[in-house]
Ligand binder design. Structure first.
Ligand SMILES: [Zn+2]
Ligand SMILES: [Zn+2]
Length: 544
């Protein structure tokens, strides 16, 4: 038998769906769609989806003599996958791509999990179809017309016409666009045609992989920064998602958002607030991203997202010496009840302070407002002066504190800032003693006895503490257990008689079924169970 090679398969037109090419081939060669789909997808049963067909590796293999396209190219140029791709987290993207290339027929990109409804029927633009018929003597299904969120033709601005051909049919069907029956097309009513066309054009750009300013910047942080720059803020540097939601809803209007299926109960859009919250698990629909991006683009940039600059900053602590020039990496912005804002930072030296801005001449040096802590730096500085022979009065003057307060600093410092290494060694010994007191060396038991010691080691010597943990099950005497359990199994087998399933024996003996995975440590038990198997076989043979 000569294997079919699809040499008469037509070449895809610009922006044509794989489904559409196959539909044209079917109607030209008068073939049954089911037979063709099975041959080309190399399966005995296929329901051909128009938007995201699977098993594209098989298609690439079968169409190679005619098209010469790889499976990846088919996925990129003949399906809607590139519309979803840029907004999927990398692991999800790879997983879905793998499934679409090699996976089963009924693979899903997760479109059903989205709030936004995808169109049910294939759509076309009457003007595009007209010009196709003049140029090509036929028309075809364009990818861009099937994108969720696209209501008008991006090229002509005319409303798309819905047909009776389903995007995800219940059975194998391949409807040629040239002979499709028109269905009901919803009127546009009073929707803002300019906004609708802009959305359609952006959807098309995404599908074709056109780069823009949002390329790779679709995280909550990116949107927060963009919103802050456009003045959507409660206070400088503090974004207001509520304000954004309000303005967004007013900009697009409820009729459009309802039509796109983006409004929930009571006309609210809870997903919109979530777009400003970092959550790697939450995936948003491309159209949700596109609408947020288009709205942000429509606003002028009026402010900086970072009122104290981008950082990093210098350390304003006079008692610390740093090897780095800019040791402060983060300056978080906080608000007060009186609706003023301030910055708060903690340096690697332990210096913790609030600030209301940076120096005019040096935008990397924060102006200190209030100091919460010097860490150990002030104590160590005072100690250095003491060792240098200065009197406490002199040191108090240098540090600009009362002499009695200097004593407090020295007392607290010797408690807090002394090198903890000596203490740690002592604590380690104590901890090992505690562990030894329990026959199974359980950490939980030792911790209950002396919680403070555990906390101390956890803070200062975490790695060592975790190393001392006796691994789970390490205290079990497997040899002893093996003898006990194998005897138990033998007696159970005697009472149950021959030819009983192994699992039943284990259950009746009161053993966990996990035992079948532990034969490495329980060889006698394995032998005991094997006896049961042989007995069973012998009985079967006898019966024969
Ligand atoms: Zn058109
Ligand atoms: Zn510092």
């Amino acid at each position: 038998m000569i294997r079919p090679r699809f040499i008469y398969l037509p070449f895809p037109y610009q922006d044509e769906l794989l489904y559409s090419v196959l539909a044209r081939y079917c109607s030209r060669s008068n073939q049954r769609p089911h037979k063709l789909a099975c041959l080309i997808f190399d399966k005995c049963f296929v329901i051909l989806r128009a938007d995201l067909p699977c098993a594209l590796s098989a298609v690439a293999r079968k169409t190679k003599p005619t098209w010469g396209m790889t499976a990846e190219t088919i996925l990129k140029e003949l399906t809607l996958f590139p519309f979803y791709e840029p907004f999927l987290p990398k692991p999800v993207r790879d997983n879905r791509m793998h499934a679409l290339l090699l996976g089963p027929c009924r693979c899903n990109i997760g479109t059903k999990a989205y709030r936004v409804k995808s169109p049910i029927f294939l759509r076309l633009c009457v003007k595009c179809a007209e010009s196709d018929r003049e140029e090509l003597a036929e028309t075809y299904w364009r990818r861009v017309h099937q994108l969720p969120g696209v209501i008008v033709c991006p090229q002509h601005g005319t409303p798309l016409v819905s047909t009776l051909a389903r995007i995800q049919p219940g059975r194998t069907e391949c409807v040629d666009a040239s002979s499709a029956t028109f269905g009901n097309t919803e009127p546009l009513d009073n929707l803002d045609i300019e906004i609708i066309q802009m959305i359609a054009m952006r959807c098309k750009d995404v599908l074709f992989g056109k780069k823009n300013e949002w390329d790779g910047k679709t995280s909550a942080t990116d949107y927060r920064d963009a919103a802050l720059k456009r003045g959507i803020q409660r206070l400088p540097g503090i974004c207001s998602p509520n304000l954004f939601v309000e303005k967004f809803l007013a900009h697009y209007g409820a009729p459009l958002l309802t039509k796109l299926g983006m409004l929930g109960a009571e006309g609210k859009a809870p997903w919109l607030r979530n777009m400003f919250q970092n959550n790697s698990k939450q995936i948003f629909h491309p159209i949700e991203h596109i609408l947020v991006q288009l709205y942000l683009e429509s606003l002028p940039e009026v402010a900086s997202a970072y009122p104290f600059g981008l950082g990093p900053w210098m350390c304003p602590n006079p008692y610390a010496t740093h090897t780095e020039k800019y040791p402060i990496q983060k300056l978080s912005i906080r608000s007060r009840q009186d609706k003023t804002y301030y910055g708060r930072a903690k340096c690697s030296c332990g210096f913790t302070f609030t600030t209301h801005g940076t120096e005019r001449d040096n935008p990397r040096m924060p102006v200190v407002e209030q100091i919460s802590s010097y860490g150990c730096t002030r104590y160590l500085y005072a100690q250095k002066l003491l060792r240098g022979g200065s009197s406490t009065d002199q040191i108090a003057k240098i540090l600009k504190v009362n002499p009695w307060y200097l004593q407090c600093i020295l007392r607290a410092g010797s408690r807090k800032c002394e090198d903890p290494r000596g203490k740690i060694l002592k604590a380690r010994e104590e901890w090992l003693d505690l562990l030894k007191q329990d026959p199974e060396c359980r950490v939980t038991v030792a911790r209950k006895k002396h919680c403070g010691l555990y906390q101390f080691l956890r803070k200062y010597d975490r790695d060592w503490l975790l190393c001392q943990k006796v691994p789970h099950n390490a205290h079990i005497d497997w040899q002893k257990r093996d003898v006990e359990w194998s005897n138990l199994i033998a007696t159970t087998m005697k009472t149950l008689g021959q030819g009983v399933a192994k699992t039943t024996i284990a259950r009746v003996a009161g053993l966990n079924l996990r035992i079948f995975n532990q034969f490495g440590k329980l060889p006698l038990c394995e032998q005991a169970f094997n006896k049961a198997k042989h007995c069973g076989k012998r009985r079967q043979n006898d019966e024969k």
